[in-house]
Design a protein around this ligand. Structure first.
Ligand code: UD1
Length: 419
């Protein structure tokens, strides 16, 4: 089992370069299945979710070269094979193979997707949309089997603007007959990134990034190219760290417009930053004011930054109300923060956080990916040594986190107990 050992620290400075977005690239890789041509994806983070997806692609017959942040995928020898539980259950994004295999081969066999246990995370919208496109779906022994003769475009209204369902419907419809319209589509930047990739292959996707996406089916896709957008959640996590212990900490390779909800909240709390076209420089503030934070879909405050932000709220003067609105199980990190000295009362997906409370190094657990990020934030501001266990979750989303933090002055070590 891997753990992180973090020494609390007063100040860090230097530059942290942000990688490509996990939540984009985990859709871009399966999207490549839609073409037999060559696909180039740049700015790819080397994280475990990517490595797992590449293994899945190789199982299907893809030839892959991953060098210098760039993946070149050649799918000329790909054939449609079942995706076993061994792979599918390791990551949430395995569900994107449903959309791309059904689009390319009109058939998919895939085990239930995995991912962080942050709520019930159903995929009923994905399933309902596929059915509306004419797909027959059987669910047996934790596995879906999808089949369709005539894949037909349809109009689909999402009851909730789900990121996964929006992307999966795009993937399944680019090669379908006729037009598909997704209403109340999710507007997260990762969706526009996937649409750019599909369009580079010859797809006709319009309106990605707005709440109505129209896809006009085409008969074939060719070679594709895309640059993965910067990871706004990784950037946001380091901005939160900079707001607590930064001294002109520069966060580089960011798109500021993707981070506005967080930046507005930091400003409201009294934290200063300066931005350029692709970087934000942030410094700690002696006094941070309490602010209320409510997660919501883009452009609202991202649910994936809620947990790291709650660690910052423990250092605000006064009482902050934190509210999670997307998932029902995103406060499992609260007992761990409290064990370090925080004063947080959690109830009904809300948390009242009273600050400012000094934090002390303890042994804590990363209960999920972003909970792990919140433990790192807490460990950095705590007095003494914090040991974070179960960090396999964390490593799924943050490339070279130990190196990146060490380079700006943090004393942090990754220990592999099994070695
Ligand atoms: C994606 C991200 C995740 C992020 C989330 C919200 C990936 C791989 N993961 O997850 O990091 O936290 O977006 O920004 O990109 N829902 C249904 N039925 C469905 C689909 C979703 O009820 O068929 C509900 C979910 O339970 C949840 C909400 O909709 O309450 C949002 O889910 P969704 O946007 O689909 O998140 P994911 O794609 O799973």
């Amino acid at each position: 089992m891997k753990k992180l050992i973090i020494e609390g620290c007063k100040e860090i400075s230097g530059t942290i370069k942000i990688n490509g977005a996990k939540n984009s690239v985990v859709a871009l890789i399966p999207a490549s299945i839609l073409t037999k041509g060559k696909c180039t994806i740049t700015n790819v983070p080397d994280i475990s979710d990517v490595r797992i997806l590449l293994e899945m692609m190789k199982e299907l017959g893809s030839e892959i070269v991953f060098e210098n942040d760039t993946i070149i995928i050649d799918n000329k020898n790909v054939s449609n094979k079942p995706i076993s539980e061994h792979y599918a259950s390791k990551i949430r994004a395995s569900y994107y193979f449903m959309g791309s295999l059904i689009g390319a081969y009109h058939k998919a066999e895939i085990a239930y997707p995995g991912g962080c246990v942050i709520g019930s995370r159903p995929i009923d919208y994905h399933i309902a949309a596929f059915k509306k496109m004419g797909v027959h779906i059987e669910e047996k022994d934790s596995q879906y089997t999808l089949n369709v003769d005539n894949l037909k475009g349809c109009e689909f209204y999402l009851d909730f603007p789900s990121v996964g369902a929006t992307i999966n419907i795009m993937l399944s419809s680019v090669l379908a007959e006729g037009k598909t319209i997704i209403e109340n589509a999710a507007k997260e930047p990762e969706i526009a990134n996937v649409a750019t990739f599909l369009n580079s292959m010859g797809a006709r996707v319009f309106g990605a990034g707005t709440s109505t996406i129209t896809i006009e089916g085409v008969s074939k896709l060719s070679d594709g190219f895309v640059e993965t957008i910067p990871d706004r959640i990784e950037a946001g996590t380091y901005l939160i760290i900079g707001a607590l212990i930064g001294n002109n900490l520069k966060i580089e390779n960011v798109i500021k417009e993707h981070l506005l909800a967080l930046l507005c909240k930091l400003k409201e709390a009294g934290i200063e930053y300066q931005s350029t076209v692709n970087s934000i420089t942030i410094s700690k503030s002696e006094k941070i004011k309490a602010v209320n934070v409510k997660t919501s879909v883009f452009p609202g405050f991202p649910t994936d930054l809620g947990q790291p932000m709650s660690a910052l709220l423990t250092q605000c003067e006064g009482e902050s109300l934190f509210e999670e609105t997307i998932y029902e199980n995103r406060l499992r990190h609260v007992p761990h923060l409290n064990s370090m000295g925080a004063n947080i009362k959690a109830f009904d997906n809300k948390a009242i956080i009273k600050g400012r409370t000094p934090l002390h190094g303890r042994k804590v657990k990363a209960t999920d990916l972003r909970a792990g990020a919140s433990m790192v934030v807490a460990g950095l501001i705590a007095e003494g040594t914090t040991e974070v266990y179960n960090i396999e979750h964390l490593l799924r989303g943050y490339e070279r986190i130990v190196d990146k933090l060490s380079e700006v002055g943090v004393n942090i070590k990754l220990i592999d107990d099994e070695k």
